[in-house]
Design a protein around this ligand. Sequence first.
Ligand code: ATP
Length: 460
Amino acid sequence: MNARHILIVDDEELYRELLGGRLGRQGYRISEAGDGEGALRCIEEGGVELALIDIKMPGMDGIELLERIKQLAPRTEVVVLTGHGSIDSAIAAMKLGAFDYLTKPYQLTELDLVVARALERSALARRCDALAVEVQRRRSRDDDGMVGDSPAWLQMLEQVRRAAALDVPVLLTGESGAGKEVVAAALHRWSRRAGEAYVPVNCGLLEGELVESELFGHKRGAFTGASADREGLFELASAGSLFLDEIGELPLACQAKLLRVLDSGEFRPLGASAVRRTGARVIAATHRDLEALVGEGRFRHDLLYRLDVVHIVVPPLRERREDIPLLVEHLLRQAVRRHPGTPAPRVEPQALQRLIDHAWPGNVRELRNVIERLLVFADGDRIDAARIDALLHPGATTAASSGRGGFERIVPLAEMEQAYLRWVVDKLDGNVSAAAARLGIARSTIYRLLRAQAEEAARP
Ligand SMILES: Nc1ncnc2c1ncn2[C@@H]1O[C@H](COP(=O)(O)OP(=O)(O)OP(=O)(O)O)[C@@H](O)[C@H]1O
């Protein structure tokens, strides 16, 4: 049975009965309203696929009603019924998103045709919505680049899913390396903006005019070195999402500009006289305590208030240790992909337990670096507890200087060399090539030294 829901809105009862009777006989579910208010109440109840509305009504006219319907239920199709000679209203209605219009008096067969076409479009749109949800669901499973099934992680993901559906700013906080950036990317992918640009920027890496120019763009000659006009990231992300990482580092002058964009969507590129508009959705992240920065006068209170519409806290790894086995597996797979030809070693249960028990102050990033090193320096096809201990608690670290020239004890130079080397490799996110370049030595030297150290530590 065809029970698709059509709403007829006309102040003349006779018309409503005529239309309702005809369409009802075709099996549609019919609701009637004699004015705009009644129509909106019916729309709010949901399920109306098509509204047939008379343009000329006392009180709220058909055009205003159309606008309100499109705000309330954008997926409801609207066909307007206009009187003879009111083509202007028909055009206005089409501009506001009406599916079609019929000029009174119209042939009833013409009405049947328009109704059938409008319902067909409504069905198509719904199918598209369903597909988009399915695509998002599939994407969100594994190829999202993030894993986890602990209660803390799943609870946070639920918040992310809900926030993704709202087109409002989101503030992500959490310790460094906890996964704020992967969550920001998921927020974008699960939102209606998924097909548009996702533009990440680290506010801590740029200074002064450069941040402003990066975010808002500049005109040629706006400052020394501005040799051509340049589009800012707000422009680039206009239909998509702009991820402002390390928002706590944003200079105060730039914070004022950001506040204006969040309030009005308007900004002015450096050196430009005209104001520009952006529709970018802002996702901001920080590992800093923004309230404390406000207290110190380094972050604007009004900006914090404006960004903090939806606040999601990404939990530290130590609060979701249940995720560690999954993460180890996932990060090992990723590391193997980065080092083709390296066989994936098996992590023994005791070794895994050591990883689960570790405090992980550097969170998932630290775990990723440890996994990378375990793979690169793997000796054989298994990773045992001793190897993990060697990596996580190397005795040599106590030999390192506190940085102010004081040493706690005398250690052989080789030991100091190894500790420093490990620190440099960690600092550069496990990138051995970068470490070799910075230290001015060959990559093979680094591998040799670190392997020797791991072997030594693993010795019973
Ligand atoms: N749930 C997860 N699943 C898989 N990988 C993850 C997960 N969370 C984080 N990672 C990985 O850990 C590393 C650090 O994550 P990310 O950069 O998102 O942290 P962050 O909180 O933004 O850190 P920072 O505050 O230092 O910018 C990245 O390589 C990321 O891919």
